[in-house]
Design a protein around this ligand. Sequence first.
Ligand code: ADP
Ligand code: MG
Length: 452
Amino acid sequence: MTNSDVWKKSLESIKGQIPNQHFNTWFKPIVVTGINETSLELEVPNRFFLEWLKDHYLSLIQEAVTKVSQREYSIVWRIGKATAPRPFTTLLPPHQPMQIAAAERVITNTQLNSNYIFENFVVGKDNQLAHAACLAVANQFSNKYNPLFVYGGVGLGKTHLLQAIGHKVIERTAGSRICYYTSEGFMNEFINAIQRNKMDEFRNKFRRADLLLIDDVQFWAVGGKERTQEEFFHTFNALYEANKQIVITSDKYPNDLGLEERLRSRFAMGLIVDIQPPDTETKMAILQKKALLESVVLPDDVTHYLASVGGSNIRELEGYLARIIAVSSLSGKEITLLMVKETLKNIIKDTKMKAITIDNIQKTVALFFNMNVADLKSKRRLQKLVLPRQMAMYLVRECCNSSFPEIGSAFGNKDHSTVIHAVNKIKTLLDKDAEQKRVINTIKTLLEKEKK
Ligand code: ADP
Ligand code: MG
């Protein structure tokens, strides 16, 4: 059997084992994005989809693949597709002079998410200023707001707003070049360019932008990224002096970032706005909007319940909602408060556990093992760092109920598959190693204490 037959044959085998409707819902959308002798790479539409698939069908999939291929493949999951790239071409106003082909206008290391537009962003008092500033910049580049620096906690809408600026500028102008990069993407390409002796090409690419959008610069603050910071400093200056608009997001205020002083002071030259965690009303409005986008009506008591039990992370709220909608459409059950509580009962842990944060866990684990939080987030593979790191990821998964991608990003932007591997490894370890189990329990006790 050729490599490319493996998935096709596996699907045939799976199809015979589960109801048709389930097969259509959960297997049809899967796309093979890569395969070699040892691993099979599968792409699914979104995180919720992936978690559902893993919860319900992982062993079925693995067995099918092993059976048809007669060998062990490791399965690598990717998330993509559902947020298909926005067809930029259709957005360009017709008959404008000096149009640049749409594909050439957007320089990016990742797809823009077509849902991240201003129209889909709910404005509450906590994000009002950030929204207004981003909209102003999208409508007109401004010296006053240059750079625009947006900061706030995880899942509060920074990336959404940053990409909304990109979409709006694409729509509004015919010729502006937009450059959207994650800070990590910037660093990776920088390193690549050095290795391949292509620095000129790298520099030109960024310096041709009319609008530079850089997401999550806190990433550069951790562990030995000084050269990336320096390179960005020069990129920044070149664009700034040419009066090009720059927008930056971060999870912290510039002064608290721990970046080089000269970069920090550049970031503070324009306008700095924050996004605060949403209050219950904003959360309710966001839930209603998201439900509407899915053509689902949420009863008020359900909206209120979700807004009050969920934390401040909006991505998490979206996850709850997606799950409720999926369960309702698969089972035909109406969405009621009872149904929602039942559906989420294993997901929304008791509020006591919820008060433990990723930050707490990282600090406590680092302290326990006598190391730095930076080491936990680093990519160094020394055994004495790897085990604590994996334990910390495991604890976050268990105590904060965070998704794998969220955990990955909180640990120095690691891939979600790394997190899944870590969590599984620790689970297995705890089953057979009493000593390690004691370690985990001690850390949990410390975490509980810290809360009080
Ligand atoms: P951050 O980059 O700050 O971690 P994101 O921009 O990725 O957060 O937002 C997380 C999710 O929450 C996204 O799916 C985004 O669309 C949604 N979201 C956040 N804030 C809002 C809002 N005010 N209105 C609608 N959706 C929001
Ligand atoms: Mg983000």
